[in-house]
Ligand binder design. Structure first.
Ligand code: FAD
Ligand code: NAD
Length: 462
């Protein structure tokens, strides 16, 4: 059996693992990364990147289709055609480019890459079945970055007509009738895309509201757009099974209903990859299903760290990356701890939602007396000239000091406000700092300045 001894072993080359390994390599640590599938993990291969590619293609198609009817811009076109197989090839091309990019960055940082599934022998030793035989890796420090996988419903096992997000991202043709079980991030991002591509979409959500992690005010424009796209949304409803090209559901009133569907996309959350590869035997402390970590991403076992989705919510790529970078620096001897004020979140629905920090309800629940300023995009010149006036920017601040506690927006393209929101929170901005910053005109970002001005009681454009 071949054997490698190293300073740092990273298990999993998703956003958490590959960033950790690159930074460790840059810092001169002798680092090995093990990956059983493709570099880039869920995010790059079957998550963030391919879903955003599909969402973009769907928006382009919807824009052109809209122009087949007389419209305000006076542009008319013939009915567009869609070759989804070609769209998927284009998406795969982007994924391929980024795959090579990640591998190149790892090599440049002199990280040794081992392809295969790691299995723990003990907390510091793993075995990997590679194409050329079993590889034993002994490390001083181990980082678990094995990510997450889709939750399967017992009544709707994946396969055939029942799709996980991974299956939905590789379809070769658009389903005629698509039922989406779970109206969270993935269900709504992909459900909206398929509706724009021409599918008749029904969303079945167990809770009383779609996107239950966001407040009703933020979700309202998304619900309106879904209705405009002809998407049926059933809340308080649960899926029971699939037969004869129909999904059986129990509605909020307890009645059974059948929804015709040639495909069913199940997006009811993701669970950590903690089983089947020897992790159970390490008996690490858990936080529910996830690995428990402290503010330095240390697990309950000395020298074993965990980062990313395997450690719980929020399961977001940028959180995994920030943890990976921090852990590499800690292993290299630097003094670091998780001191982030905010992890921004973006939902790439239509319109997009972006949040950082506390919502008004969360701030009140934490005992703050607050000021809230809301600026609607229908008073913003850029929004008018790009025909997307739905939505708003909202600022939440302490009433006594004007310290900004949270920033939220819903609207076309507002994902790009996420960096301004995070920066304001990380820098400890007060409403006056945002209000006193010159925001370029005409841009949607002026909504942020106006929301701060509104909270201060002197908005200029409303
Ligand atoms: P992962 O990316 O899951 O990577 C873990 C890696 O470990 C995998 O490559 C896996 O093969 C490997 N692995 C597991 N076990 C072993 C083992 N025993 N041996 C060797 N290798 C192993 N997040 C965002 O922030 N923005 C988005 O827009 C976004 N969109 C998404 C869309 C979809 C459809 C999905 C499914 C997810 C999306 N996410 C998004 C979430 C994001 O993908 C995850 O938060 C992120 O990938 C987590 O990174 P990670 O490094 O923790 O784990
Ligand atoms: P989610 O937690 O966002 O949504 C799951 C939804 O399914 C919830 O609204 C839940 O109430 C509902 N649900 C659960 N069981 C149900 C049932 N039996 N019947 C009907 N509805 C049910 O999970 P997801 O959409 O699968 O996404 C998983 C994770 O991936 C997210 O938590 C997020 O962290 C990440 N993600 C992020 C982005 C982004 O950042 N833009 C995009 C996609 C995914």
């Amino acid at each position: 059996m071949k054997e490698i001894v190293c300073k740092l072993l990273v298990i999993g080359a998703g956003p958490g693992g590959y960033i950790c390994a690159i930074r460790a390599g840059q810092l001169g640590l002798d680092t090995v990364i093990v990956e059983k599938a493709k570099a880039g993990g869920t995010c790059l291969n079957v998550g963030c990147i391919p879903s955003k590619a599909l969402i973009h293609a769907a928006q382009e198609f919807a824009t052109v289709r809209h122009m087949t009817a007389p419209n305000a811009l006076g542009i008319t076109v013939e009915a567009p055609k869609l070759d989804l197989a070609q769209t998927v090839r284009w998406k795969d091309g982007i994924v391929g480019r980024l795959n090579s990019g990640v591998l190149g960055l790892l090599r440049k940082a002199r990280v040794k890459i081992v392809h295969g599934e790691a299995r723990f022998r003990d907390g510091k030793t793993v075995e990997v079945e590679t194409e050329t035989g079993t590889q034993l890796i002994r490390a001083e420090t181990v980082v678990i970055a094995t990510g997450s996988e889709p939750v399967e419903l017992p009544a709707l096992p994946f396969g055939g007509a029942i799709l996980s997000s991974t299956g939905a991202l590789s379809l070769q043709s658009v389903p005629q009738k698509l039922a989406v079980v779970g109206g969270g991030y993935i269900g709504l991002e992909l459900g909206t895309a398929f509706a724009k591509l021409g599918a008749e979409v029904t969303v079945v959500e167990a809770m009383a509201q779609i996107l239950p992690q966001y407040d009703a005010e933020l979700v309202k424009p998304v619900a309106k757009r879904l209705a405009d796209l002809g998407v049926t949304v059933l809340t308080g409803a649960k899926a029971k099974g699939y037969s004869g090209e129909a999904l059986t559901i129990e509605t909020a009133s307890g009645a059974q209903k059948r929804i015709a569907a040639d495909k069913v996309l199940v997006t009811v959350g993701r669970r950590p990859r903690t089983e089947g590869w020897g992790l159970e035997d390490l008996d690490l402390d858990r936080a529910g299903r996830f690995i428990r970590i402290d503010e330095r991403c240390r697990t309950s076992m000395r020298g074993v760290y965990a980062i990313g989705d395997v450690t719980g919510e929020p399961m977001l790529a940028h959180r995994a990356m920030a943890q990976g970078e921090m852990v590499a620096e800690i292993v290299a001897g630097r003094k670091r701890a998780w001191d982030k004020r905010a992890i921004p979140a973006v939902c790439f629905t239509d319109p997009e939602i972006v949040t950082a920090g506390l919502s008004p309800d969360e701030a009140r629940a934490q005992g703050y007396e607050i000021r809230v300023g809301l600026f609607p995009f229908n008073a913003n010149g850029r929004a008018m000239t790009t025909q997307s006036e739905d939505g708003f920017v909202r600022a939440v601040a302490r009433a006594d000091t004007n310290l900004v506690l949270g920033l939220q927006a819903v609207g076309a393209g507002v994902s790009e406000l996420s960096s301004a929101f995070s920066l304001a929170l990380e820098m400890g901005a007060r409403l006056e700092d945002i209000a006193g910053t010159i925001h370029a005109h005409p841009t949607r970002s002026e909504g942020l300045q106006e929301a701060a001005l509104k909270a201060l009681g002197h908005a200029l454009h409303i």
